[in-house]
Design a protein around this ligand. Structure first.
Ligand SMILES: Cc1cc2nc3c(=O)[nH]c(=O)nc-3n(C[C@H](O)[C@H](O)[C@H](O)COP(=O)(O)OP(=O)(O)OC[C@H]3O[C@@H](n4cnc5c(N)ncnc54)[C@H](O)[C@@H]3O)c2cc1C
Length: 432
């Protein structure tokens, strides 16, 4: 690789890096993707829900590709607010989601990343796996290439840092610092094997359909976060993610949290008879808009998790990474046309992002976490309160309904107070 020069080096073969590589290679640019994993996806973790639109914009009608590594189109989404032994369920099911293009699919990252990276190679990009970028190369104050763990150097007109949440490349380029523990969540996940028919029976799905189940409340043991249970073809993805600073504060161990989730009476029934295939853990950048680093400098762009492009409220990350990767690729194409890879031309990337849902959504959600943290009772009091109220409401035990209602009101007064409840509802309205 020594002394070689290409138009663009992409660091990382995740959704952001591969989207950038496909976009540039199709336009005839010389592109090298460096991936530290032995194969694409080897190091990557996701729930995983993949939104259709953003990938469709890069690989049109990808779901028609028989080799596309997608699991099930999601036709139903459920949200459970959980106490220790009960759950209130909200959900949405729609026949509209049965039609193509489906809103989203469940995926498993290892096969998905391998399939997607192949698309970049087919477009003409060179993918080198097992190659960790260990430093950036500078000349005259700009980034002109990278060094790899084995001492190789590769030069380029431009580098795209798509190396995920820790982004050593963006740090080495001086564009961001190491993230604080309150800027990241830690997600732990298991893939559980279960026969196809059993999944469909248990989750009330027709053949091939998929469902998502998100869980809030007691399952996070007082920490900010949520759990998920998604249906794949012949596996389930069960996981939970909470703020890293909360793990440090509570000293709850991530694997114990996942184990407790598996033993929750509602989850236990759904996963009964399954066997564990894989356990993984990964950080999620959740600093949001306030934590976004500068997205460009002379000779470098940052995209995806590396730039904090995550919308945790809507469990969106891979779609933002794909859109950002594509726009980073388009920016490099324009820079090549102009023969100028300075920050002046690369600033186009920020403008392109501002015109999309990415910056708009991140801006709109920038204070959500702070607002939620101001009502800790959302996690510590309300899940129990709601489940108890539902228990009273639905239980038929010979008591007059008015007595059940009095009990509900008495419990609210005792645990939160009517005035405070109204105040919380008002504050929550602002969060939503
Ligand atoms: C538990 C969990 C659940 C999630 N659920 C969802 C979900 O349901 N839906 C959703 O849209 N998003 C979800 N996300 C977020 C999603 O996974 C990320 O937003 C997405 O993967 C970001 O893509 P990326 O390409 O920016 O980074 P990554 O996918 O992290 O890819 C970065 C790549 O860079 C490589 N790399 C890192 N450093 C180097 C280096 N120095 N040299 C070479 N290569 C390097 C890595 O090996 C990796 O392949 C979830 C995340 C977690 C952890």
């Amino acid at each position: 690789m020594a002394d070689e020069k290409v138009n663009c080096i992409v660091v990382g073969a995740g959704p952001a890096g591969v989207s950038a590589a496909i976009t540039m290679a199709r336009a005839g640019l010389s592109v090298v993707v460096l991936e530290r994993g032995e194969y694409p996806g080897a190091k990557n973790v996701q729930g995983a829900i993949l939104y259709t639109q953003m990938l469709h914009e890069i690989i049109p009608n990808f779901w028609k590709d028989p080799k596309a590594a997608i699991e099930r189109p999601v036709t139903e989404q459920r949200l459970w607010v959980m106490s220790d032994d009960s759950a209130i369920q909200l959900g949405f099911k729609s026949d509209r989601w049965l039609k193509e293009p489906h809103n989203c699919y469940t995926i498993v990252r290892v096969p998905f990343d391998q399939w997607y990276a192949k698309k970049a190679e087919e477009a003409g990009a060179t993918l080198v796996c097992g190659m960790t970028v260990s430093d950036v190369i500078r000349a005259n104050g700009r980034i002109v290439g990278v060094k790899t763990h084995d001492g190789e150097q590769l030069l380029a007109d431009c580098v795209i840092a798509a190396d995920g949440v820790n982004s050593m490349v963006a740090q080495m380029a001086g564009l961001r610092k190491e993230l604080r523990s309150d800027e990241v969540a830690l997600g732990v996940k298991e893939i559980l094997a279960m026969p196809r028919e059993k999944i469909e029976d248990r989750f009330c799905l027709e053949r091939g359909e998929g469902a998502t189940n998100e869980m809030l409340g007691k399952v996070t043991q007082g920490m900010l976060g949520y759990a998920f249970l998604y249906t794949n073809k012949e596996t389930l993805s069960l996981g939970i993610g909470c703020k890293l600073s909360d793990f440090q504060r509570t000293r709850v161990k991530p694997y114990e949290l996942l184990e407790a989730l598996k033993n929750h009476p509602i989850v236990r029934r759904l996963i009964a008879g399954s066997s564990s295939l894989e356990y993984s853990a990964h950080l999620i950048p959740e600093g949001g808009y306030h934590s976004m680093p500068p997205l460009y400098a002379d000779g470098i762009l940052i995209a995806g998790d590396a730039a904090q492009m995550i919308n945790p409220t809507h469990r969106e990350g891979s779609n933002l990474a794909m859109t950002a990767g594509k726009l980073a690729g388009e920016t490099v194409i324009e820079a090549k046309r102009r023969g100028d890879f300075s920050a002046r031309t690369l600033s186009l990337f920020r403008k392109k992002l501002e015109a999309t849902y990415i910056i708009k959504d991140l801006e709109d959600h920038k204070d959500v976490e702070e607002k939620v943290q101001k009502i800790p009772e959302l996690i510590s009091v309300y899940p129990d309160l709601l489940c108890e109220a539902a228990y009273e409401y639905f239980t038929v035990d010979g008591l007059p309904k008015r007595d059940h209602q009095r009990r509900i009101i008495a419990r609210i007064r005792r645990q939160r107070g009517m005035f405070q409840l109204l105040k919380d509802a008002f504050r929550l309205r602002k969060v939503i």
